[in-house]
Design a protein around this ligand. Structure first.
Ligand SMILES: Nc1ncnc2c1ncn2[C@@H]1O[C@H](COP(=O)(O)OP(=O)(O)OP(=O)(O)O)[C@@H](O)[C@H]1O
Ligand SMILES: [Mg+2]
Length: 455
């Protein structure tokens, strides 16, 4: 047990103002049920007691003392009392209920089931800002970070952190070949490079052809196999090696190789990819992924084709994430509903879901960001949206409208108070779910961070 003494000093040159200040202090204390006494005849010794001389007058002590237990004494230190204060964590924000700071170490596997996060909120509520702050802070911990950027808004961060920005689009000369089979796509104990690639390609082509009958799927798959065969790549994994080295992007087929093998009916749909607006996808890969921050910019693809670019980067980053289990890494997927919502398909959505389910094994964390909640829960009765939520220990709900809150509360447990709260959150404030803890928090950033983000 301890004794605690609290002295409050106030001063002013104007007596009237001083009296007003004292009244204010007293009424604040009174409203919290605290008893205060004015130090009328002992001003000097109280003043001295409050200075850092460790000189606490005995008589004053007797009047001011209050007993307190060890557990409560912690409260008197700034920053230590927090519902969430992980040792190696980074700051996520300020708890608006008690002004304590929230530190989270999302890679703490003893404490959290996984490291994934869902970030939901209406347009302009602060989702991207939050992620940018996270990127800046995680960068200091040497965590590898991959961002899929549909709005071309992460460029400043890349400049500042000397990351690499990969743009794909009509005016860009960086290319990624969707037909690439990369050594990282399988782990050393797995086999079946071509099978794995084909299932991913089929998901991609279902985005292109939207609906394919079973016959058509079979036809397309046979043609894909033939296209790889033309390049001497077969279901035998050895066919991917030449003299002990894994084959490079120049050994892989590209779009036009498949195109040549198809009947006219299918060619028509692929014309944009080979000769038209998307022909930048008909090239050999010419980028390297060896930076701690890599941003995949798909802005130029436009609304209609965004999903292709997002898929290409997701596939690329996923292989990269799997390549080293001992490193912590994060993949940020902005506008994720495009890949798991109604404009997408079961195969692509399953791929994203698989990332959320298995990334933990590779020391990774996936972040799904979306403003379109109803779209997110549209495919297959919301099964994929729900799975993403269920596989995310961390959730940040920014301001949302009534309609979206309704959809959300059908898929996750929100109490009435929380539902009302989400509606009235200001920009930059969110309801954070950190494991089992729910806190209303504000995302604060330093001047340094603000300058980079708003540059
Ligand atoms: N915590 C914050 N502190 C200071 N400014 C913020 C904060 N959060 C958001 N802002 C400002 O609000 C604006 C909109 O925020 P942001 O771009 O993060 O919205 P968003 O939720 O990503 O919207 P969209 O869904 O349209 O992408 C930004 O210009 C940003 O500077
Ligand atoms: Mg945004």
């Amino acid at each position: 047990m301890y004794f605690i003494y609290t002295y409050i000093l106030t001063y002013d040159l104007d007596k009237k103002v001083l009296e007003r200040k004292i009244n204010t202090i007293e009424s604040i204390l009174k409203s919290s049920g605290m008893v205060s006494k004015k130090g009328y005849f002992r001003q000097e010794s109280i003043f001295k007691s409050s200075l850092p001389f460790i000189e606490n007058d005995k008589d004053i002590k007797n009047v001011a003392k209050r007993n307190i237990l060890t557990s409560s004494i912690g409260v008197t230190y700034p920053f230590t009392l927090s519902t969430i204060n992980d040792k190696k964590g980074i700051m996520y924000g300020t708890n608006l209920n008690n002004d304590s700071l929230i530190f989270v170490d999302r890679f703490n596997q003893d404490k959290y089931k996984n490291s994934n996060m869902c970030v939901f909120g209406t347009s302009g509520s602060g989702k991207s800002y939050f992620n940018k702050v996270m990127i800046l802070r995680n960068y200091l911990l040497n965590i590898k970070q991959y961002v899929i950027d549909p709005d071309r808004e992460y460029g400043n961060l890349v400049d500042e952190l000397k990351g690499s920005l990969i743009k794909i689009g009509p005016s860009s000369n960086t290319y990624i070949n969707i037909f690439d089979i990369r050594e990282d796509s399988l782990e050393s104990d797995q086999s079946g490079y071509l099978q794995t690639k084909i299932s991913k390609l089929m998901a991609f082509f279902k985005l292109v052809f939207s609906d394919l009958s079973e016959d058509e799927k079979g036809y397309l798959e046979a043609k894909i196999i033939k296209t790889y065969e033309d390049k001497n790549i077969t279901f035998d994994d050895d066919s991917l090696y030449r003299k002990g080295n894994f084959k490079t992007t120049n050994d892989m087929p590209i779009f036009e190789d498949l195109y040549k093998n198809l009947d006219y009916k299918y060619q028509v749909k692929l014309i944009p990819f080979v000769k038209g607006s998307l022909k930048f996808l008909n090239n050999y890969t010419n980028i390297k992924l060896d930076n701690n921050l890599i941003v995949g910019d798909v802005y130029e693809l436009g609304e209609e084709n965004l999903k292709y670019g997002m898929f290409v980067f997701t596939d690329l980053f996923w292989d990269k994430i799997k390549s080293n289990r001992n490193e912590n890494k994060i993949i940020y997927m902005d506008e994720v509903w495009k890949l798991i919502g109604i404009t997408s398909n079961k195969e692509v959505a399953s791929f994203i879901y698989k990332i959320f389910k298995t990334i933990r094994k590779y020391g990774g964390s996936a972040v799904a960001i979306t403003q379109d909640i109803s779209d997110m829960f549209s495919l297959q009765d919301g099964a994929f949206g729900k799975s993403l939520l269920n596989n995310s220990e961390f959730k940040a709900f920014f301001n949302m409208e009534e309609e979206n809150i309704k959809v959300l509360s059908e898929n996750i447990n929100l109490n009435e108070k929380e539902k009302i709260k989400i509606k009235s959150l200001n920009k930059g404030e969110s309801l954070l779910f950190i494991g089992a803890n729910h806190v209303i928090s504000k995302i604060d950033s330093s001047e340094y961070e603000k300058n980079i983000i708003n540059k």
